[in-house]
Design a protein around this ligand. Structure first.
Ligand code: ZN
Ligand code: ZN
Length: 219
């Protein structure tokens, strides 16, 4: 007998995480390395020009820029830096990933990975199917989403959504295709989670729509 779960979004599914939430989670993980790079770029250099990132002096140097960045980039023991500045006091970027990687490595008896952002997100992505079935997947999702939200607020890369006009969704036929900036896909349907088109497929769709208009009946 098939067991049904209710996903966090309310959708009933054979797995603890429905298809739509799974792909969203995957997308979030995949955008982390880029966000981390942006975060580094958002960091103001101390005026002294000294490049010693390990020096706590540098971390405490006047930063006309953003203490939130330093907090996110800093070692996670340094939690007091933004006390009172940010009511949520986000855990530093790598700290969130490290904690979850530890859980996966321990429970799945894997060899630990290097503690850089790309190794860690790769590990989490590789084991996402398994993660998606764990009772704690909701906590996992919440933390990854929170991390992404905090980071995007700082890097000013909150996704923008553009409605793509003139082309209909190949699945539901609705004028529901959108593109996200930044985003991994040239077009996505807001209604059909499975419709995610790359640039080539999207251009093909545009071509077809164009042909349908210029030579009706011949498509
Ligand atoms: Zn769901
Ligand atoms: Zn659709």
């Amino acid at each position: 007998m098939t067991q049904y779960f209710e996903c966090r979004c309310g959708e009933h599914s054979e797995s603890r995480t429905c298809v739509r939430c799974y792909s969203r989670l995957r997308g979030m993980l995949e955008s982390l390395p880029e966000q981390y790079a942006w975060l580094h770029l958002s960091r103001q250099r101390p005026q002294s020009g000294g490049g010693d990132r390990r020096s706590s002096r540098a971390l405490h140097a006047p930063t006309p820029g953003d203490e939130r960045v330093l907090n996110l980039l800093g070692p996670h023991a340094r939690q007091s830096v933004t006390d009172g500045l940010d009511q949520t006091g986000p855990v530093p970027f790598l700290g969130v990933l490290e904690a979850w990687c530890e859980v996966v490595v321990e429970e799945r008896r894997l060899t630990a990975v290097r503690r850089d952002v790309s190794s860690m997100t790769t590990l989490l992505t590789q084991h996402l199917r398994w993660i998606a079935e764990q009772v704690w997947v909701g906590d996992f999702e919440e933390e990854i989403r929170g991390l992404l939200r905090t980071t995007r607020r700082i890097t000013l890369t909150e996704p923008r959504r553009e409605l793509l006009t003139g082309v209909t969704c190949p699945s539901c036929d609705g004028l529901t295709l959108v593109r996200y900036y930044p985003g991994d896909w040239a077009a996505q349907c807001v209604l059909c989670p499975s419709v995610r088109l790359n640039e080539r497929d999207y251009q093909q769709l545009v071509q077809q729509a164009y042909q349908a208009v210029s030579a009706p009946g011949e498509v």
